[in-house]
Design a protein around this ligand. Sequence first.
Ligand code: HEM
Length: 411
Amino acid sequence: MPQASMSQQITDYANRANPYPVYQELRRTPVLHEEEGGPYIISSYYDIKALLHDPRLSSEAANLADPSEDELSQSDETGGLPPSFLRLDPPEHDRLRRIANSAFGPPHRPRRIENMRGEMRQIVTELIDGLGDAREVDVVDQFAYPFPVTVICRLLGVPREDEPRFRTWVDPLVATLDPGARQDDGDGAKTAQEARMQLGMYLAGLVEQRTKEPRDDLLSDLVNSRGPDGSMAMMEVLSTTVLLLIAGHETTVNLITNGMLTLLRHPEILARLREDPGLSVNIVEELLRYEPPVQLLPQRTCITDIEVRGVTIPKGSRIWLVLAAGNRDPERFKEPERFDPDRGDIQHLGFGSGIHSCFGAPLARLEAQMALSELARRLENPRLVEDPPPYRPNAVLRGPRHLNIAFDGIR
Ligand code: HEM
């Protein structure tokens, strides 16, 4: 059998539990182009960082030499929702991000996230109390998924009880972020287009309500935004809300689960966290480096020929930025394969960098810090039931599908 290409190895499910040896191999050729029409794969920290700030790289699917490669752009052509600002370049990206930001955080809404602290703590407490007398639980289904879903629903103003409905649309959308799934599954793209439309239609009902009767939620602020950047058109509100709803929980679930898994593999750090909840700040930053929930960004395109380390990447080529490989680059981090929350210098790529750097980072950090410190404090003698756990199929948004742990009781 021919040797699998690196891009196949990155997306191969067999490597999901431990993709890091593949990334180590990848860094030996920091600009890798394996086949005509295939992606240019970038894996060193400094190259990734520089490219994330390079205006010659576009996030718009329309700039691909062959835009039909990208199913989200197809959905736009077939009358679906317009792309969200994640998939737009300046100036449109900047305008929409600024409007969204004025509803989300400082300086316009400096206390929106901060004010949720009490509510978030209550959700965490209820979820842990809800484990009852169980001595074995699945951290994903019983804690790490419901927590950020509940938070993002409350923040946006989406009814929490509708989660089973929107989950059926979110799952196929998230699946298409994985370039491996895209290659294997022609129907997946069509299902994703339909799912995005359905999700948009569902949210349109909520937008209509908020137009008539605004409430104290992010959706109402997006609908009624009237700042120096003007307002969002109805379709822009919908695609922004789809983005926030999905980005707001599909990533954080993995940060919390990867976090619990990593702590259980490093019991001495778990013991320190139990005594000192403040250590969660460093732990979460180190997790974003060591086990980043977004492993790679496979959707950049260069809008002109560019040169990286002497390799010319022609205009229209697709570029994969492998954040998780950059995060363990020994040229950047000392002992990169070691989980070390005490390392002073943790400028990870876990939230990206540059104009698209994660919009929800303050919320994601707070959620993960709270979740991990409370799990550490309240679970007595927690331990892994299986290691490695089964993973979700996705190579981009990587994390365990289940994390079964045993413990002796709840404090
Ligand atoms: C641990 C959790 C999270 C991780 C690891 C994460 C990671 C990322 C990364 C790597 C990007 C850059 C994408 C790119 O450059 O193409 C990004 C962008 C984004 N994230 Fe997050 N994210 C997380 C949580 C959240 C949350 C909670 C929200 C919303 C409340 C959110 C909203 C966004 C949005 C809207 C963007 C697009 C920003 C732009 O294009 O300007 N994320 N995120």
